[in-house]
Design a protein around this ligand. Structure first.
Ligand SMILES: [Zn+2]
Length: 429
């Protein structure tokens, strides 16, 4: 195991092209079995240094991701992980994490913490190197954080079922290999409330497919539901001294924010979907208290009931599935400096104008003023509006009021819609 301190200036220039590298000669079947491997890691540290430790390997069900595009093309994520076989990148994927968010809070300046993160890869047939990179917040470049060798024959890989929760089919449109497999996980539902969970899953699905561009892509989604049972209904509200016995230990008041609902142990959430095809993990929390969270290729979650439950679900799923950034900029988050204005953020719908060509410049008329004025006339016009990504100045968003900005927005803006379609096509084409 290698531990590399994340610091300025050690980014490897060769990694810039990571997203463009392709496995040249190998087919999926030459390198991987039909199954998937879950790699459980622990990320620890503070706002200055970060370490990664291996916690375990689990042999799981069928690999449901794309088998032809194993190297993700988007350049998204605070982290990227990859598999190398004979020095060639044969798989890579970006992700964000709760730990990385925590490192941007004031608390991370004063103490160390550790949190879990599980990563999925197709199950290798041969020994391969696993590398994890962290995107430097100073340079935007990827810095190697962790490396280990995965030996598929190793006895430290656990085989066998990890849970016996029933998996309910919300909709099955076809082969997981060329469909987006969305998995809803029950949290805070007792055994007596499983009928409600199934009904909630159908309601969530209808709310998703009522929105563009999902409305045009219903046939591209399989939706599964893990009927994980909790002892008690609801979730924890630490700021109100309310504590519930639930299967995922979700809680509000994450980073001391009333409405930030999270699963503190992501590996626990990952283990619940171990028998299910899964490209996107979404936890439905049985409560009407307002809140949620969404972290790219990690998980999304939100309240099942109450005002705006449909809007919050669609917003959080935008984060967790398509890496959409928040287009709002009030002071409601706990992040000190989430985006560095001297680099281009990796989310598709917020720009610092450092590399606007990589964003939605191609969708604008040549005479579009920057910043675009927020006038009534521009209400439904694509532009470059100042304010977004939690900052009122220096970051820009594409639309005056997108669903990634407010719950009363009618739709996702065209930039967010394009990003979602590209992600769906990544899994389906
Ligand atoms: Zn948008």
């Amino acid at each position: 195991m290698k531990k590399v301190l994340a610091c300025i200036g050690v980014a490897l220039a060769s990694l810039l092209t990571l997203g463009q590298l392709q496995a040249k000669e190998y087919t999926y079947d030459e390198l991987f079995t039909p199954d998937r491997l879950r790699i459980d890691l622990i990320f620890g540290g503070n706002d200055r240094a970060e370490y990664v430790y291996l916690s375990g390997y689990h042999h799981e069900t069928t690999w449901s991701g794309p088998k032809k595009k194993l190297v993700e093309p988007f350049g998204y994520g605070d982290y990227v992980y990859e598999l190398r076989y004979q020095d060639e990148v044969v798989f890579s994927k970006g992700f964000n994490s709760l730990f990385r968010e925590w490192t941007t809070t004031t608390e991370a300046q004063a103490m160390d913490k550790a949190m879990t993160t599980s990563l999925w890869v197709p199950f290798p047939k041969e020994k391969m190197e696993l590398l994890v990179y962290r995107r430097s917040s100073e340079t935007g470049l990827l810095v190697q954080l962790y490396e280990t060798t995965i030996d598929p024959q190793s006895k430290i890989i656990r085989h066998g079922r990890q849970n016996d929760w029933n998996v309910y089919t919300v909709q099955e449109m076809g082969d997981p290999e060329n469909h987006v497999d969305l998995v809803f996980v029950a949290e805070g539902y007792t055994a007596e409330e499983m009928d409600k969970f199934r009904a909630d899953c159908h309601r969530f699905a209808e709310n998703l497919f009522a929105m563009d561009p999902y409305s045009q892509h219903r046939q591209d989604f399989n939706i599964w539901a893990v009927e994980s049972i909790s002892e008690e209904t609801g979730t924890d509200l630490p700021h109100k001294d309310i504590w519930k016995q639930t299967v995922l230990n979700t809680h509000f008041y994450t980073f001391y924010s009333d409405r930030y609902l999270t699963v503190p142990d992501q590996t626990l959430a990952a283990s619940l979907v171990s028998n299910t095809p899964c490209d996107a993990l979404y936890v439905i929390v049985n409560t009407d208290v307002y809140g949620g969270g969404g972290i790219y290729n990690y998980y999304g979650l939100s309240m099942s009931d109450g005002k705006y439950n449909a809007e919050v679900f669609v917003h959080e799923f935008g984060h967790s599935f398509a890496n959409l950034g928040d287009e709002y900029y009030d002071n409601s988050t706990s992040y000190d400096e989430f985006f560095n204005l001297s680099i281009e953020p990796h989310v598709p719908n917020v720009t610092s104008l450092v590399n606007f060509e990589s964003k939605w410049k191609d969708m604008l008329p040549e005479d579009c003023p920057i910043p675009t004025p927020e006038t009534e006339e521009n209400k439904n016009k694509l532009g470059v509006y100042e304010g977004g990504g939690y900052m009122a100045r220096g970051l820009y968003r594409p639309w005056i009021n997108c669903r990634m900005k407010t719950n009363y927005a009618e739709q996702y803006c065209p930039v967010c819609q394009r990003a979602i379609v590209r992600m769906i096509e990544h899994y389906t084409r």
